[in-house]
Design a protein around this ligand. Structure first.
Ligand SMILES: C[S@@+](CC[C@H](N)C(=O)[O-])C[C@H]1O[C@@H](n2cnc3c(N)ncnc32)[C@H](O)[C@@H]1O
Length: 163
């Protein structure tokens, strides 16, 4: 058993138009153009140097509104049960979220982003640049997701969010 604790301190807050879990799009790819901001704590301002050169960034954050943890569940796009680690659900043991969003501009310690699938007020853990050389893959498999047609995914994935 692991009895070590790791204490994370948020480094900022994510703001978005999404206030309700059940109406929030399930991935950035389904909410193109929805705007949000990432407000980084002032003490980390120096770490933003050169980030504006990147078109996309990964946000790592805490699913602070998740009230449960499951090991199996039916994810939003599937009517079948899957193991939690084969899904992107918020209801995971450490409640770690990761979204690839478009970086529009940086003003002081505020990052303006698009394609946001994150609830307003979400605590931010980290920011990393998307680097095509490192992150792009060919000949991939996406497990149970491969059986879901794109048109079904895009309708269910948007989840009636208001744009
Ligand atoms: C399926 S998760 C995917 C999130 C991320 N792109 C990922 O892959 O880790 C997206 C859903 O998480 C939920 N969500 C977003 N921010 C949250 C938060 N702070 N607490 C709990 N749930 C959240 C919303 O219901 C949204 O539809």
């Amino acid at each position: 058993m692991h009895d070590n604790k790791i204490i994370f301190h948020p480094i900022g807050v994510i703001h978005s138009p999404h206030k309700v879990m059940s109406k929030t799009p399930i991935q950035p790819v389904f909410c193109s153009d929805i705007k949000g901001t990432v407000v980084l704590d002032a003490e980390y301002a120096d770490g933003l140097k050169d980030l504006q050169e990147f078109s996309h960034i990964y946000l790592f954050y805490y699913f602070h509104q998740s009230q449960k943890t499951c090991l199996r569940l039916k994810p939003y796009l599937s009517d079948q049960e899957h193991g939690i680690f084969a899904t992107r659900t918020p209801h995971r043991p450490n409640k770690l979220g990761m979204s690839l969003v478009r970086l529009m501009k940086i003003k002081d310690t505020i990052l303006h982003v698009k394609d946001i699938d994150i609830l307003d007020g979400t605590p931010l853990f980290d920011i990393k640049p998307y680097i095509q050389r490192f992150d792009s893959r060919e000949n991939t498999r996406s497990g149970w997701q491969d059986a879901i047609p794109d048109d079904v995914a895009s309708v269910r994935g948007l989840r009636n969010s208001k744009r």
